[in-house]
Design a binder for this molecule. Sequence first.
Ligand SMILES: NC(=O)c1ccc[n+]([C@@H]2O[C@H](COP(=O)([O-])OP(=O)(O)OC[C@H]3O[C@@H](n4cnc5c(N)ncnc54)[C@H](OP(=O)(O)O)[C@@H]3O)[C@@H](O)[C@H]2O)c1
Length: 287
Amino acid sequence: MKVAVIGSNGQLGADLVEVFAARHEVVQLTHHDMDVARAESVREVLGRIRPDVVLNTAAAHHVPKCEEDPIHAYLVNGIGPLNLARISSQQGFRLVHYSTDYMFDGSKRKPYIETDSVKPLNVYGATKSIGETYLLNYSEYGYVIRISGIYGKVPCRAKGGNFVTTMIKLAAEKPEVKVVTDEILTPTGTIEIAKNTLFMLENDASPGIYHMTAQGESSWFEFASVIFSVLNLKTPLLGTTVATMPSPVKRPFYSVLENKNLKNQGLDRMPHWRDSIENYLWEKYLG
Ligand SMILES: NC(=O)c1ccc[n+]([C@@H]2O[C@H](COP(=O)([O-])OP(=O)(O)OC[C@H]3O[C@@H](n4cnc5c(N)ncnc54)[C@H](OP(=O)(O)O)[C@@H]3O)[C@@H](O)[C@H]2O)c1
């Protein structure tokens, strides 16, 4: 199949390109090639390429910047998927769109499944939620894949790094590093998301919403502890609470996702988060 990857130089996009290119023809699209917020741009570029599958990683996802500029966030996270969905139905390609655990407010305190009601707490989550609605209503072959706490080989362009690079930087610069113990999620490697997306599509998963995170759950502090331990970072790592770190943005305290739809179709290949981060650190920093 011919696969177009939107945001191909981003953190997730780079791993999608690598994994899909091993088995399929891949066309890489950066922001320079196409603006998802402009329907004409999307129609013209995809009309020329004629892909069978489009993987959309484009997003405005620097969470504080989304609060400051909600119109930009809506254009990229809402109108972008609307454009892609309409054009996917006209041109007949399968459309995979990546979304977020920030759909939820965290009050469930148990892993969220795909049919749980969404209740985003911030502009980023709300605009991504609108994008999901458009995508599912306007695309005949649309997949929404919700992911969480991602890290990959290439730094996140919107955030200038990821949690691992932030920990390494803070450990080098600060006398001690404080990380919150009361925000619970499932950190997930982009390489595994790319592999499981390929597996899903090759096995004709039915269109709809999918949760695709690693197994298990972790606080940011527990995740940081594994990073410090594997990389042998000697700076003291201390636990703290969200209340001690005031932020203008509301975030869910609990956003663990269960991969129920993947499991129901026998398509859940995601590893445990701890195995995944250990492999990643060994390969990237110690190999
Ligand atoms: N980071 C996380 O922890 C996390 C958690 C849950 C979900 N997600 C979701 O995961 C996805 C991928 O994240 P990532 O870390 O791979 O992001 P990233 O590294 O920032 O990559 C995003 C890509 O999209 C491009 N892009 C931005 N606006 C665009 C537009 N209007 N038109 C076309 N391309 C545009 C960016 O190009 P430029 O940089 O040149 O603009 C970049 O290539 C996003 O949908 C995000 O919402 C991320």
